[in-house]
Structures are given as structure tokens and as C-alpha cells.
Design a protein around this ligand. Structure first.
Ligand code: SAH
Ligand code: SF4
Length: 356
């Protein structure tokens, strides 16, 4: 009986796969061939990798597995074109991925963890708790498996805004970025990838120093430490000044504009003083604000302060936004697509975390 644990091949970067081939006495270019089969041709079996000798296909099948996620269900929103994909992992966890079509821009929102340990009070994933990090293969296959359903060129943008905090699953997030931006596959340009973080300063700096230079979004949600700490416990560990220093560094090194995500919470962060403080922050670095209407997480039956959070009304959001614009701040207001299937931001959480 062979009890050898196979390695997930989609967890390897191109250079790691090159090392593997060298280690078994093969030529380096085999790695590019395999990448081409995996990510351009989207094969699901080693035996389908036609340009490789049969023996080598067998050897790969012996050392590696191609299995990561299984698509279980696709839910369609009746209010918009949004679709939510439910995937199961090999160890029977379920995770969610959301496709938000928008004319010439079709965005896939991917997850990096099963749940999230950071416990933000407005977020369904936070309420669900943390189970484990996703592997590189599980992160990238949310894209490649949906690309297989919809055609390779359909998805134009990827945002790391699904379940979990990408920067505490840092190595795997970097590995996924390596695969997405690799020259050897159906490459996605760095301008079309956004990583969203709640703000982990050391990793923001490390991401800036990495070769990927993708766009960065910071979940700001309040310009004041005391308020932010109440709704985002991670702020107690990494106060705003440190996080803002790190994003300033990111913006400078990568020459990109930072997006500040800002969920509008009635009476909590929609006051006059919030406009002043936000304006001050935005003026201190190349940035824009993405205002997000608060999506209900009532489907998770949350407790404590989470229960008390209410959305700012549409009219008040408009006033807030126009006052910021009067201060020459760039502000976008995010659509709340997919609300009816709990596929909007922060609503991602699978009730039955384990499928069995
Ligand atoms: N952990 C990362 C990325 C995943 S959360 C982060 O926090 O940035 C992705 C986005 O959804 C974040 O901006 C988050 O603040 C937002 N979000 C979370 N809960 C939400 C809710 N109930 N309504 C609207 N947006 C929410
Ligand atoms: Fe985690 Fe982001 Fe949700 Fe906060 S908002 S709990 S960091 S997924």
C-alpha cells in the first residue's frame, strides 16, 4: 500500500517546479510546459499533458496531485449578474468565490482562508471564525476553475476580497500572485489584481518589496484609532499610524495609488469629524476612497456590537461623499451587487463549514 502524501502541484511556483525537474535529471523547460498545461489548457489529469513523455507523466502523477477544490454549487443573483461559487476543499471545508460581471470589467473576488481570525465586527467571515489557511493551489484554482466555466478571457480582474485576510496567509498569497502574474500562463496584469488587507504593517512592507507590485486596498473604516479598534480588533495590535506609514511606503515603492475601503456605519464613522480626518489622511498619500454601503450580516445571527451596527442611509452616504469631493478627494461608491444571495462584500461565510 502506498501511503506517500502527494504534493499539490498548483502550490509550486515556476522556479520551484524548475528545481523539481532538475532534481530528477530533467530539463528546466519542462516546468514551463507543465505550467502551460495547468494554466493555459486547464487540464485536470497528468495523462492529458500531451507534450510530456509518458514516463514523465506517470512520474508526475506519482509525486503530485492536481486536485484542489471541487465546485459544489453556483448561485445566481436575481437582482444582478452576480454569481456565487461554493467550492469544497479536499478536507471538506467549504469556501466561497464571487463573480461580479460589469460590462468590459468582470471581477472575481477570491478567498484566502477558511473563515478569518481577525473578528471584524461588521464582517460575516469574521463572525464565522477561523479554520485554516488556503493553499496556493486552492487560492489560484478559484480563478482557474471559474475561468474554465466562463472561458479564459471572461474574467478581467481579480480582487483578494473574499473570505480571510490575505496578509496573514502571506506566503501563499505571494505564491498565488506569482502564478497569476507568471509569463508562462494566461497572465493577468498586475494592474488588474487588488489585494485587500485590514492592515498588517510588516506584511504590507514585504508586499511592497516583492516583485508583484499589484494594487493595494486598505480596509480603513475609521480614521480614528478608538473607533477603529472597536469595530476592528486588529487595530489594537497595529494602530493606524503604523498602518498608514506602511501603506505610504507601499504607494511610494510600487508607484500605485492606495484604495481606502470605507464601510458606512450609521453614527459610527459618518460624522463631520470623520470627513475632516479622512480628508487629512487622503491628502497625505496618493489614494482614493471606496465607500461601501454596509451589507447586513443578520444571516449569521451575530452577537455583541455586531448586532448594533446599522447602515448609513443612502441620502446620508450621498452627502458624506459630496463633502469629501468638495475637499478634492476621489471617492467611488461601491455597488452592493449580490446582496440577495449573501454574495456581497463581507457576507461571505459558509454556515456549514464542514460539508460532512
Ligand atoms: N480581510 C481583508 C479582505 C477581505 S474583506 C480585508 O479586511 O480587507 C473584503 C472587504 O469587504 C473589506 O473591505 C471589508 O472591510 C469588506 N466588508 C466586510 N464586511 C462587510 C459588510 N458587512 N458590508 C460591506 N463590506 C464589508
Ligand atoms: Fe477578516 Fe477582512 Fe472580515 Fe476583517 S473584514 S474579519 S480581516 S475577512
Amino acid at each position: 500500500m502506498n501511503s506517500k502524501k502527494k504534493i499539490e502541484i498548483k502550490g509550486l511556483t515556476l522556479s520551484e517546479l524548475e528545481q523539481y525537474f532538475l532534481s530528477i535529471g530533467e530539463k528546466k523547460f519542462r516546468a514551463s510546459q507543465v505550467f502551460n498545461w495547468l494554466y493555459n489548457n486547464l487540464v485536470t489529469k497528468f495523462e492529458d499533458m500531451g507534450t510530456l513523455p509518458k514516463g514523465l507523466r506517470k512520474k508526475l502523477n506519482y509525486d503530485f496531485t492536481l486536485k484542489t477544490l471541487t465546485l459544489k454549487e453556483v448561485q445566481n443573483s436575481t437582482l444582478s449578474e452576480t454569481k456565487k461559487f461554493l467550492f469544497s476543499t479536499q478536507d471538506d471545508y467549504s469556501i466561497e468565490t464571487v463573480l461580479i460581471p460589469g460590462g468590459d470589467r468582470n471581477t472575481l473576488c477570491i478567498s484566502t482562508q477558511v473563515g478569518c481570525p481577525l473578528d471584524c465586527k461588521f464582517c460575516a467571515t469574521g463572525v464565522m471564525g477561523f479554520k485554516r489557511n488556503l493553499t496556493i493551489g486552492e487560492i489560484v484554482d478559484q480563478y482557474f476553475l471559474t475561468a474554465k466555466e466562463f472561458g479564459k478571457n471572461f474574467i478581467s480582474n481579480i480582487v483578494f476580497m473574499g473570505m480571510g485576510e490575505p496578509l496573514i496567509n502571506f506566503q501563499n498569497t505571494l505564491g498565488a500572485l506569482d502564478i497569476f502574474t507568471s509569463q508562462h500562463n494566461n497572465r493577468i496584469s498586475r494592474n488588474r489584481i487588488t489585494v485587500s488587507t485590514s492592515g498588517i504593517p510588516d506584511q504590507i512592507r514585504a508586499l511592497a518589496d516583492s516583485p508583484y507590485r499589484i494594487k493595494l486596498a486598505l480596509s480603513l473604516h475609521s480614521a480614528f484609532d478608538d473607533v477603529r479598534s472597536k469595530i476592528m480588533p486588529v487595530n489594537k495590535r497595529f494602530p493606524l499610524a503604523d498602518v498608514l506609514d506602511a501603506v505610504r511606503y507601499y504607494s511610494k515603492i510600487t508607484d500605485t495609488r492606495i484604495t481606502f475601503e470605507y464601510i458606512m456605519l450609521k453614527g459610527i464613522n459618518d460624522r463631520e469629524e470623520d470627513i475632516r480626518a479622512l480628508t487629512k489622511i487622503c491628502r497625505s498619500l496618493p489614494s482614493k476612497i471606496n465607500v461601501i454601503p454596509f451589507n447586513s450580516i443578520a444571516h449569521m445571527s451575530p452577537e455583541g456590537i455586531s448586532q448594533e451596527l446599522e447602515p448609513t442611509s443612502k441620502v446620508d452616504i450621498e452627502t458624506f461623499v459630496s463633502k469629501l469631493r468638495d475637499n478634492y478627494i476621489t471617492v467611488m461608491v461601491r455597488d452592493t451587487q449580490g446582496d440577495d444571495i449573501a454574495a456581497a462584500c463581507g457576507q461571505l461565510a459558509t454556515k456549514n463549514i464542514k460539508l460532512t
